[in-house]
Write a protein that binds this ligand. Structure first.
Ligand code: BGC
Length: 708
């Protein structure tokens, strides 16, 4: 190369590096600088804009535009705002009906592991990073409102959207959701808490009436929403179902009383898509925005004329939307330039989530990690050559898909051989069989707890013919494992691992990563053991695929939450029902010893907290992480209380021989129950037991305190 050319090439490289650096700096600056306006500041601007709006503009504004937009009003410089789903990454929509979404189309978006896997990490800091990454991708697409996080409760294993949510325990969900909200909103993207309230089944969801008492709402279903609200969430989406006889999106009790007054939510409330029916009720309920466009509100002018709705109602709705819009500076939001380094970072976060969220359920004779003398590893299953993911609005396809087969080959080389339908001979002669089974869960319908028949047959064939069968479950919820659990040598619950997660799976199999995930759900032996059993109306059975027409024509059906506050492990423990795998359970390749539980005396005087401390030591031979869990029991009380309730957890990383002291602070609220008479939390004095353990079942330390 001649000299001039070398100089020119070097110059070009410098310019390119400088350009990238400046771009990265500007994104960083934009992010660091993002501070929402306070309620008062945003309210003032909203007031001044509202004063300029005509009645037609106001009425147009409270209905969504082109299915996924907040309506623009150019005359008033109000810009359109695009919304997209959801919790596990940015859902990229193609052309939607006749609307051109090109301007908001990301070329790619990272498919993170599903939120239920994220919950299995029990890691609030990682949750923040995951959500921040999702928010950053929204900013790349000019997406102002993320229609997530989804935080409904895992009431039963058949719910098609469990993969989108964070499991069965209100405390764990609350601690993760608050971080999720902060992560997304740190990027200037609105986080939407959904679906409010009690949307815990997908079976004809628009016709399902959740019948729940007030105490149960406050103790089980509301805490994660409350935590998200306290973390500053700027939007809430109401749900499809009815609560105690009224559709949530038009229920004054749900929105005005519970969400606005009891939980103190002051920002944008929107309906779920086509979920409300009565404009008058809607306008008076505290609801602000009907999505995807005005259907119940299509006759708003008439309702006003008839005096059924007042202009104050409309003004309140418009103002709430405007307040949120200005508070998050959506009028001024810039679409950030493409950024490869950002995507690389997001892939690492996706991978790290999978490393921490995949759960090892069984490992007989320490068959895992797989040793070098196992030469002949047969891999079979539906999700070996294609990645499974949850479906519906939350679906994220991703890019750079790491397939299970490829990642296993990278880790184990030619010791791996795969067969879609292995012969008996192949199964028998393998040193190890890696058998992958699972379910494809989706919004819009529930799916059976039992595996699809072909998969059940396959896994039975493997465990019956090879004693070294390792089962890898790919699913967005619990599945029935009872028929083959005992015969499987090892079981790994991989959920939906996302685009990078199969690397983590291969690392766990080889031992490069020590598993640390713990179940955020209870896995029952049989569906009839579950607190949700019996939710289907008599004589009806599950269906597959959207069924809007049938749904429209059918009557409302009641889902009675007769278990009350005894949801999840609270149910199994109260009724002495042995689950297959308990809440909080998960194995490691090392072992931990718990000792020295101390409780900093027993009163709530000045500090208003009770400090609990204990020591955890890694007594095994491998570096590993342990998720320690703290539960509280109120053994004598005038109202029924659970055997125990999660009120603290901490993840610690320890090398062999290392120990650490964990401290947790308990608040008054942690000992209280919701008293429907006073409509407040109440702490009944007396003895409380504090349990520390490695799962809800495996309690290692115990201490009693007396609260006076
Ligand atoms: C889902 C919501 C989603 C909305 C918009 C609905 O079907 O229930 O969770 O945000 O569609 O995509």
């Amino acid at each position: 190369m001649n000299k001039e050319l070398i100089v020119l090439v070097s110059l070009l490289i410098v310019v390119f590096l400088l350009y990238n650096h400046t771009k990265a700096q500007s994104i960083k600056k934009e992010k660091e600088q993002f501070q929402p306006l306070s309620y008062e500041q945003a309210d003032e601007i909203a007031d001044s804009v509202l004063a300029l709006m005509t009645l037609d503009e106001k009425i147009a504004y409270i209905g969504g535009d082109r299915s996924f937009f907040l309506r623009p009003i150019p005359r008033l410089n109000l810009s359109e705002v695009y919304m997209t789903d959801a919790t596990q990454g940015v859902h990229i929509r193609g052309k939607f009906k006749d609307y051109d979404l090109t301007k908001y189309q990301l070329e790619k978006s990272t498919a993170f592991p599903c939120p239920l896997l994220l919950a299995a990490t029990w890691n609030p800091e990682l949750t923040y990073k995951y959500a921040e990454a999702v928010g950053e991708e929204c900013r790349q697409g000019g997406i102002g409102i993320l229609l997530g996080p989804g935080l409904n409760s895992y009431r039963h294993s058949q719910c098609g959207r469990n993969f989108e949510y964070f499991g069965e325990d209100p405390f764990l969900r609350a601690r993760l959701i608050e971080k999720y909200v902060q992560g997304v909103q740190s990027t200037g993207t609105v986080a939407t808490l959904k679906h409010f309230l009690a949307n815990n089944t997908e079976y004809f969801r628009r016709k399902s009436n959740s019948m729940i008492d007030e105490r149960t709402l406050h103790e089980i279903y509301l805490p994660p929403f409350k935590a998200g609200i306290h973390a500053g969430a700027r939007a809430v989406m109401t749900s499809y179902n009815l609560l105690n006889g009224e559709w949530c999106g038009q229920s004054e009790y749900v929105i005005d009383t519970v969400l606005r007054k009891q939980l103190g939510f002051k920002w944008l409330v929107m309906t779920d898509w086509w979920s409300v029916y009565d404009g008058e009720k809607l306008a008076k309920s505290g609801q602000d925005l009907e999505m995807p466009f005005a259907v119940a509100l299509k006759d708003a002018h008439q309702l006003l004329q008839d005096g059924k709705v007042k202009i104050e109602d409309i003004d309140r709705m418009v103002k709430s939307i405007l307040r949120t819009y200005f508070s998050m500076k959506l009028h001024d939001q810039k679409k950030l330039p493409p950024d490869d380094a950002m995507y690389e970072n997001h892939e690492l976060i996706a991978l790290q989530s999978a490393r921490e969220g995949i759960v090892l359920l069984k490992n007989e004779n320490a068959i895992l990690p797989l040793t070098d003398n196992l030469k002949n590893i047969l891999v079979t299953g539906d999700y070996v050559k294609k990645n499974a993911m949850g479906g519906g609005s939350a679906e994220v396809i991703g890019y750079h898909q790491r397939l299970m087969i490829d990642e296993l080959r990278k880790e184990f080389g030619d010791r791996i051989f795969s067969a879609d339908n292995p012969s008996l001979e192949q199964i028998k002669s393998a040193d190890v069989v890696l058998c992958n089974v699972g379910t494809l869960d989706s919004e819009g319908w529930d799916r059976p707890f039992e595996l699809p028949e072909d998969q059940e047959n396959k896994v039975r064939e493997c465990v019956n013919n090879n004693p070294n069968t390792i089962v890898v479950v790919t699913s967005g919820s619990g599945v029935k494992m009872t028929n083959w659990n005992d015969k499987a040598k090892a079981i790994i619950y991989a959920w939906y691992v996302g685009q990078n997660g199969n690397t983590a799976l291969a690392e766990i199999l080889s031992g490069k990563t020590n598993p640390s995930g713990k179940l955020p759900i209870t896995i029952e032996k049989d569906f009839k053991d579950s607190p949700g059993f019996g939710y289907l109306p008599e004589g009806e059975t599950l269906y597959k695929k959207w069924n809007d027409k049938v749904e429209k024509g059918r009557p409302v059906y009641d889902v009675r939450y007769t278990e009350g506050i005894f949801s999840g492990y609270r149910w199994y423990e109260k009724n002495n029902i042995e689950p297959l795998y308990p809440f909080g359970y998960g194995l490691s390749y090392t072992e931990f010893e718990y000792s020295d539980l101390r409780v900093s005396k027993d009163q709530f005087h000045e500090q208003d907290v009770i400090l609990v401390s204990f020591t955890i030591k890694n007594i095994g031979k491998k570096k590993g992480s342990e998720i320690a869990q703290l539960y509280i029991q109120d053994p004598e009380c005038t109202v029924p209380r659970p055997v125990k309730e999660l009120k603290g957890f901490r993840k610690v990383d320890l090398i062999p021989g290392e120990n650490t002291t964990v401290e947790m602070a308990l608040q008054k609220q942690d000992f209280s129950f919701w008293n429907p008479k006073t409509k407040d939390w109440f702490i009944e004095k007396g003895r409380f037991n504090i349990f520390v353990g490695s799962s809800s079942k495996d309690i290692k330390l115990k201490k009693s305190i007396e609260l006076q």
